[in-house]
Design a protein around this ligand. Sequence first.
Ligand code: SAH
Ligand code: SF4
Ligand code: F3S
Length: 430
Amino acid sequence: MGCQMNDYDSDYLAQFLVNNGFSPVNTPDNADLILINTCAVRAKPEQKAYSFLGRMSSIKKGNPNLILGMVGCLAQMKGPELLKRFPQLDLVIGPRELGRFQEILEGIDRHSGKIVATDLDLAPPQPAPCKGYFHKRITGHISIMEGCNNFCSYCIVPYVRGREISRPPDEILAEAENLLSEGIKEITLLGQNVNSYLWEGERKKWGFPALLNELSRLNGLLRLRFTTSHPKDLSDDLIHSFHYIKNLCPHIHLPFQAGSNRILKLMKRGYTRERYLELIDKLRKINPAIAITSDVMVGFPGESDKDFELTLGLIRLVEFDSLFSFKYSDRKGTSAEKMDGKIDEIVKASRLNVLQDLQKEITLKRNKALEGRQLEVLVEGSSKRGGQLTGRTASHKVVNFISNNTQIGSLHKVTIKRSFLNSLWGEIVE
Ligand code: SAH
Ligand code: SF4
Ligand code: F3S
């Protein structure tokens, strides 16, 4: 569950387990070990994790030898409390503890007691490559840093992922080479705020643009991406990377969260609406076709109709390619949780509807503008609809198309014939 960081961590764990003699099963009913990797960012993923855990607990009732664990951000947030609430649970492991999984497994072997591991000061684990694990995938992820130091007032992430720590560049490069040797063609670098990546080596100081540049030169890497960028640290150097790094995809995910300076200040985001718009201008000057996506929240404590209008106004001005939008949700222990002026759920829901309707119009308009154009697509596999292939443009839009002899994992030109809200449809240029 949760974000791409969690996908990455789940792959890390799965590889570690396979290296230690485990093998995957088709249904949880046949498993000896079930780990649920959870998210705590809003109330909704929290509820989803509990209901999934409830279902897995009933499997354990029929199979007492099953080891049941909750890992990830919600495990970190709730800690031992989870063991009381879910008596079937054996393991509660936070995201910074994954590198100690060997010890945890040995602990299970030695005594059958329950284990809670939620230390936040540990460094990210060394990669545990497992040959063949990625061989059916075309796109892969690498986490380049863990944690977050920003403490935006609404956000639980700094409390559950700990302080920011960057991974050494040689480790990241080795991980990228391993992915490429497995057949991966596109790599997305991950971090809560990749712009603040920093590694001070003996001879060289590595900022994020330097890391990007080095990775982009790896043989066989067709496309490089990254997420997420924080507007307050988006440097001119990084913006220029979109010009001079040829395999860096022209797409940036740049969450703005709110369009009102008063709300941005209460959120402790560290930029203004004007500064955000200035960054968008700079990005579009470097590459007018760059795709810009973002995150936004409605119903932050104290958000007035006027503040909400400012958010809508910013969306109209920027015309994002797509937008993830959320209702503000109280997270225990954050400073926003203690703020006055909480917004009624009905008001939040109606603001979210208005916002999403506006964005749908914009997304469709931007997608329609691509009709008739030839776009380069990295072919990822068969589409859900039979007989078609699917892939993504460099700007990260899904394209479905018919072709009999196109190689999965290669770049092909596709003429866009029809555009929809969530995908484009086209014909391959043979
Ligand atoms: N590091 C990223 C965000 C990670 S969380 C960044 O700074 O942009 C992903 C998104 O979840 C956030 O961008 C925000 O829009 C949303 N989010 C975080 N906390 C939230 C909360 N308490 N309620 C609602 N949405 C939240
Ligand atoms: Fe959360 Fe802000 Fe850190 Fe993003 S930058 S993870 S929103 S605290
Ligand atoms: Fe969720 Fe943790 Fe990611 S809280 S959004 S899984 S960093």
